[in-house]
Design a protein around this ligand. Structure first.
Ligand SMILES: Cc1cc2nc3c(=O)[nH]c(=O)nc-3n(C[C@H](O)[C@H](O)[C@H](O)COP(=O)(O)OP(=O)(O)OC[C@H]3O[C@@H](n4cnc5c(N)ncnc54)[C@H](O)[C@@H]3O)c2cc1C
Length: 427
């Protein structure tokens, strides 16, 4: 088995696809009594070795769908539901998720378990939309947590890297279905940075892609509108979605890989492809894009107040070290939250995601950027490449040891641990 990017591979003894919570409880009890471990997989879209196991790999692909629509725009869904399917089922019920990341193929449980986020300074990660979590813990017990019945444990369970047990269902706070107008522009990076606070505050969603070694950026503003779906230019949409984000990017990255010295020229070509576009669509269609070009990725959360300084330093590093990378970097902005291991814990945040085309060496680029991010209070995305360990996380997260205590309560025998989790938890 391997993850989406192909940078992590593993060979489990068993691959199990349970259909009920009782079946999951039996699997866990059996594993615990025979000294086996279990890793629960979603859609394999994490870049870190979270899923690697030579023991039991358990998938909830057979436990998908909406369980019920509740009052006040709430919905209860099976945790294995892929986000694309969830969006469609919610739309059929007149509902939509408040915010999403830039793809929709993850499972609901997989998405919250690493802190998957989109962009929007008044909005949190996908995990902040979850109001109740039910899981089968390492003792085979079915546990339901929410803010009312156990605030402390619930704040741990909202981002737990699959280390508490197998999440089976969740109650999600939704909104009435809505349309978003997406406004894509080609803008100078320097202009975006000068006006950043205003742009971030004036738009429900704002993100941008910068291109290493180029002065251009592609900005994306999305806001709720009441009018119907439509495009200002189908040609621009085709160029942005299909050509720039997939075909042309694939071709240009292949050239960059074969001829690394071409990176600056390629960055400028990518910049020249960006075209202005406006479209209105159902929210879930605006959030998600298709990602056909494979890459490895590192993404760091930076305190919002340090972001501008970090970007300045990063641009200097890229200029000075000539990394020969032209893959765009993604910049997003989110609200502070109270989830114990959320990178946005207690701080308004910016995220900077750096990508390297599959098969190209990322080591120097990622290491130098990681050193810079860490020096400015950065916390890594749990599902993206990083080299941090427990000593780092203990300093970075004030609730790290509280989290570990709750984890041990729910998994005293370490059924859900693997080598990667032992490193990040310091076990
Ligand atoms: C192309 C691409 C685009 C991406 N875009 C974004 C983005 O926009 N924003 C962002 O923040 N991240 C993004 N990511 C990262 C991705 O959202 C996260 O890595 C996410 O965790 C992947 O979800 P998954 O279902 O594939 O989970 P997996 O990678 O399969 O698993 C992730 C974690 O969830 C746990 N898990 C899965 N199911 C369960 C369960 N039922 N019970 C308990 N634990 C469980 C696993 O054990 C593991 O620890 C992207 C990744 C890729 C490859």
């Amino acid at each position: 088995m391997e993850n989406w990017a192909g940078n992590v591979k593993w060979t489990p003894q068993e691959v199990l696809l349970p259909k009920t919570e009782d079946e999951i409880a039996d699997i866990i009890k059996k594993a615990a009594s025979s000294g086996k471990s279990i890793r629960t997989v979603g859609s394999h879209h994490s870049f870190t070795p979270l899923l690697a196991t030579d023991s039991v790999s358990l998938s909830l692909d057979e436990m998908q769908g909406l369980i019920s629509k509740e009052a006040n725009n709430r919905a209860i869904a099976w945790a294995g539901t892929k986000l694309k399917r969830l969006s469609e089922l919610l739309a059929e019920n007149g509902l939509a998720q408040e915010n999403m990341g830039d793809i929709n193929v993850q499972s609901l449980a997989g998405a919250i378990s690493t802190g998957t986020h989109g962009t929007g300074i008044t909005l949190g990660s996908v995990g902040t939309q979850v109001e109740e979590i039910t899981f089968v813990n390492g003792l085979g017990e079915l546990v339901t947590l929410n803010e009312e019945n156990n605030y402390h444990e619930f704040k741990c369970a909202q981002l737990s890297l699959g280390s508490f047990g197998v999440i089976t269902r969740m109650k999600v706070r939704c909104k009435e279905a809505y349309n978003l107008e997406l406004d894509i522009r080609k803008e100078k990076l320097s202009d975006v940075l000068v006006n950043l606070d205003a742009i971030v505050n004036e738009n429900r969603h704002f993100e941008f892609y910068s291109i290493p070694n180029s002065q251009w950026s592609q900005t994306k503003r999305s806001n709720i509108v009441s009018h119907e779906a439509g495009h200002t230019s189908k040609l621009s949409a085709f160029i942005n979605d299909i050509v720039l984000e997939n075909w042309a990017l694939q071709l240009l990255c292949s050239i960059n890989k074969a001829i690394p010295s071409s990176s600056k020229t390629i960055s400028n070509i990518i910049g020249s492809f960006i075209s202005n576009e406006k479209k209105v669509q159902q929210s879930h269609k605006v959030f998600s894009t298709v990602r056909n070009v494979k890459f490895t990725e590192m993404e760091y959360n930076i305190p919002y107040e340090n972001y501008q300084e970090v970007v300045k330093e990063m641009l200097k590093l890229i200029e000075k070290n000539n990394y020969r990378i032209s893959f765009p970097q993604e910049h997003r902005f989110v609200q502070a939250d109270d989830i114990y291991l959320s990178p946005a814990h207690n701080r308004k945040s910016a995220y900077i995601a750096s990508h390297v085309y599959k098969g190209m060496d990322n080591s120097r680029y990622f290491k130098d950027l990681e050193d810079l991010f860490v020096a400015h209070g950065g916390r890594p995305h749990w599902g993206k490449m990083h080299t941090r360990d427990a000593a780092f996380f203990r300093k970075a997260y004030p609730k790290f040891d509280d989290f570990l205590q709750v984890r041990v309560k729910h998994d005293p025998n370490g059924v859900f641990l693997n080598a990667h989790l032992k490193k990040v938890f310091g076990l």
